[in-house]
Design a protein around this ligand. Structure first.
Ligand code: IDP
Ligand code: MG
Length: 149
């Protein structure tokens, strides 16, 4: 099964949207295999956002993600990466479809509430960047047969 890294970003935590955002993924059927409240260090932010080094928004992005605590979640499921991205919505919230997290709760790209991995390989890599093996729990969920065929 695929894994994807979700970050409930500092703006979402500050705005009291943590529970609302987690519940969107939970209701979708994705299985939580890791979750913690943490402060992202500059080193971890640079590692996580390495693909954006050199872009004009990079400094602002690192400042944003390290500015206050986040909740990181590892989710598992069939097609978990694409399903989570669709639940999150477009990067620019003003373009995000209504019904998505960004489309319902955000307006600006630099305050877009949530991160989700953009591919199967990045999902694996990003989960490993944020969680140790001991922090990830593979567990049989009683509702799995009602969610996964
Ligand atoms: P994604 O989060 O939808 O995958 P990416 O293109 O990977 O979007 O960009 C990572 C994050 O960088 C975005 O979620 C957003 O917070 C920030 N970002 C992207 N483009 C811009 C921009 O043009 N200005 C400011 N921040 C940006
Ligand atoms: Mg991205």
């Amino acid at each position: 099964m695929e894994r994807t890294l979700i970050i409930v970003k500092p703006d979402a935590v500050q705005r009291g949207l943590t529970g609302t955002i987690i519940s969107r993924f939970e209701a979708r059927g994705l299985r939580i295999v890791g979750m913690k409240f943490m402060q992202v260090s500059r080193a971890l932010a640079e590692k996580h956002y390495a693909e954006h080094v050199g872009k004009p928004f990079f400094e602002g992005l690192v400042k944003y993600i390290t500015s206050s605590p986040v909740v990181v979640i590892a989710l598992e499921g069939k097609n978990a990466v694409e399903a989570a991205r669709k639940t999150i919505g477009s990067t620019k919230p003003h373009e995000a479809a209504a019904g998505t997290i960004r489309g319902d709760f955000a307006l600006e790209v630099g305050r877009n509430l949530v991160h989700g991995s953009d591919g199967v390989e990045s999902g694996q890599r990003e989960v490993a960047n944020f969680f140790t093996d001991a922090e990830l729990i593979s567990w049989p969920r009683n509702t799995d047969p009602w969610i996964f065929e």
